[in-house]
Design a binder for this molecule. Structure first.
Ligand code: AHM
Ligand code: MG
Length: 343
């Protein structure tokens, strides 16, 4: 028979706010509490978006923006609504100076009265092609501090990803999972709907050094460059006694990266003969995911260079992405090195 203590629910829940506060207190006087407050604003937006994702089908949130409902009110597509939720909450937090969203062509420079010292780059609802099918989607975000003496300009976000002070995502699936790094490891939190709090459920996430899963959109195979084609062949037709890798591809970066962080393996969205920089956006997709991957002990590369070292030249630029387990990504990189050596 199980003992009473084994059956007791946990009575010491670590909430995201408590965990971040503790993390920031370690910095002593250097921590003003501003980042904690900003992260609090972000987790509130995640709860709000999670609620809307869950009831989307019921309240006509799916479908195209610009449609009108029977009352003649304009319907907002979930990704447009999520963008509005984030912009409003981040502006109102008083902690931001510059916002970059996948949904907005231009960066938002926050007016003086609401201005803080952080810049947030985000994709409010990534994987939107999956919304109508009820497949996992997510919010991705990265945070920079503004440069000394800056009051907030676009230059504050045109900086390498390694200069981010925090990055994370929230995945909206069977539960909402927020995964965050403030630069000292990666932690995962699950939204307890009854409490309305994100609870620490995945402390100190470490990517296994090698996995057994590859995650690429192989529908693009005819466009892939040779190193990618050769690498994929090597994991699908390995020399005995090695076994072939399993394929898993959801088409939602947040879900594919989440699985990669937990189970290991490699996720890739390469550049190819059709898309010379790939598909994924550098600032608010590749950088935050590369930041988390490195913090979890993995590697994130374009195939030839570290993603976090890229200096962006525009806010919506794209970049090739390969990330995941150290050994798997290194194997992929060897194909690029061999191709460079023989050319
Ligand atoms: P989006 O920002 O328009 O949603 O596109 C990004 C998404 C990623 O979540 C995912 O990794 C990728 O696009 C999937 O692309 P594809 O459908 O070409 O495989
Ligand atoms: Mg996106």
């Amino acid at each position: 028979m199980a003992s009473v203590t084994e059956e007791r629910p946990s009575v010491d829940l670590i909430t995201l706010t408590r965990h971040v506060l503790h993390d920031q207190m370690r910095l002593g006087a250097a921590a003003t509490g501003d980042l904690t407050l900003l992260l609090t604003a972000i987790q509130v937006t995640s709860k709000f978006i999670a609620t809307n994702v869950r009831k989307a089908r019921l309240i006509n949130l799916v479908g195209l923006a610009g449609e009108t409902n029977v009352q003649g009110e304009e319907q907002k597509k979930l990704d447009v609504l999520s963008n509005d939720i984030m912009v409003n909450a981040l502006r109102a937090s008083g902690k931001t100076a510059v916002l970059v969203s996948e949904e907005l062509e231009d960066a938002i420079i926050i007016e003086e009265k609401n201005r803080g010292k952080y810049c947030v780059v985000f994709d409010p609802l990534d994987g939107s092609s999956n919304i109508d099918a009820g497949v996992n989607i997510g919010t991705i975000f990265g945070i920079y501090g503004i440069r000394p003496d800056s009051t907030g300009t676009i230059e504050d976000v045109l900086r390498p990803g390694r200069e981010m002070v925090a990055a994370g995502y929230t995945m909206y699936g069977s539960s909402a999972n927020l995964v965050l790094s403030t630069g000292s490891g990666v932690n995962g939190y699950t939204l307890d709907n009854a409490l309305g709090e994100f609870i620490l459920t995945h402390p100190d996430i470490q990517i296994p050094a090698r996995g057994k899963i590859y995650s690429f959109n192989e529908g693009n195979s005819m466009y892939f460059h040779q190193p990618v084609t050769d690498y994929l062949k090597s994991i699908k037709f390995p020399a005995a006694p090695k076994k072939p890798y399993s394929a898993r591809y959801i088409g939602s970066m947040v879900a594919d990266v989440h699985r990669t962080l937990l189970y290991g393996g490699i996720f890739g969205y390469p550049d190819d003969k059709k898309s010379k920089s790939g598909k994924l956006r550098l600032l608010y997709e590749a950088f935050p995911m590369a930041f988390l991957t490195e913090q979890a002990g993995g590697i994130a590369t374009t195939g030839t260079k570290r993603i976090l070292d890229i200096v962006p030249t525009s806010i919506h630029e794209r970049c090739p992405v390969f990330l995941g387990s150290k050994d798997d990504v290194q194997d992929l990189m060897k194909f690029y090195q061999e191709a460079a050596a023989s050319s």
